[in-house]
Design a protein around this ligand. Structure first.
Ligand code: DX5
Ligand code: ZN
Length: 219
């Protein structure tokens, strides 16, 4: 079953609570929460206090994507705020293996996000420490960018790598430029979790938008 993770980056922040309630009742599986620090990426969003404030609004998995330098400084506050999964970028972590263990020690699930240029080889010795790989299908920092088709062979290779290691339980999530057309391509290439911001929040009928992504494989 394909997981759909609407990215609240594309929501109306003046009505954040209502927007989250809306995608929750529209059938979202996870809430994708983009935390940016203005250093690792050239954009700035919000931090743990906002995550804590929106926690009572939905029981869905809070899938937190950390586009920040030294992300470990935020882990305790994000655990307290009720984050379920923290996904970090290897380039932001000097000791990636230790960083992933720290996330799990705080009772959260751990993911690794790979930028378009980041090779799959960084995963080789950390597969036991993660439950998700996030393949960036854009360069991180902003919503509304175009999907990079060069990421399709990367997704296929990752699926092969996980199969070879007997780790098909690890989710392959994609993030950036996902709409009904690109969803069918990434699902065919091995993705099982789709982040979508602009595509879902840009439509009045979020339930239809979410359903269309989930059904994209057969379209
Ligand atoms: C960008 C973020 C994405 C973003 C995707 O760095 O990681 O989650 O919200 O936005 P769309 O779906 O509009 O490409
Ligand atoms: Zn994201």
């Amino acid at each position: 079953m394909i997981k759909i993770a609407p990215s609240i980056l594309a929501s109306d922040f003046a009505r954040l609570g209502e927007e989250i309630r809306d995608i929750d009742s529209a059938g979202a599986d996870w809430i994708h929460i983009d935390i940016m620090d203005g250093h690792f990426v050239p954009n700035l969003t919000f931090g743990p206090p906002i995550v804590s404030m929106i926690r009572p609004v939905s029981k869905l998995c809070f899938d937190v994507h950390l586009m920040v330098e030294s992300p470990e400084t935020l882990f305790p506050a994000l655990a307290d705020a009720g984050a379920d999964r923290l996904t970090v970028h290897p380039e932001a972590c000097v000791h990636l293996h230790r960083t992933l263990m720290q996330i799990r020690e705080l009772g959260m699930r751990a993911g690794v996000a790979l930028n378009p240029h980041t090779p799959l080889s960084v995963l080789e010795y950390i597969l036991d420490e993660i439950d998700l790989v996030l393949i960036m299908t854009i360069n991180p920092g902003f919503g509304g960018q175009s999907f990079l088709p060069a990421m399709l062979p990367k997704l296929r290779q990752l699926r092969e790598m996980l199969e070879k290691n007997g780790r098909n339980d690890i989710h392959i999530e994609v993030d950036g430029g996902i709409n009904v057309e690109t969803a069918s391509l990434v699902i065919e290439a091995g993705a099982d979790a789709l982040v979508a911001g602009t595509y879902i929040f840009g439509q009045n009928d979020r339930a239809a938008a979410i359903a269309s992504l989930r059904a994209a494989r057969s379209s």
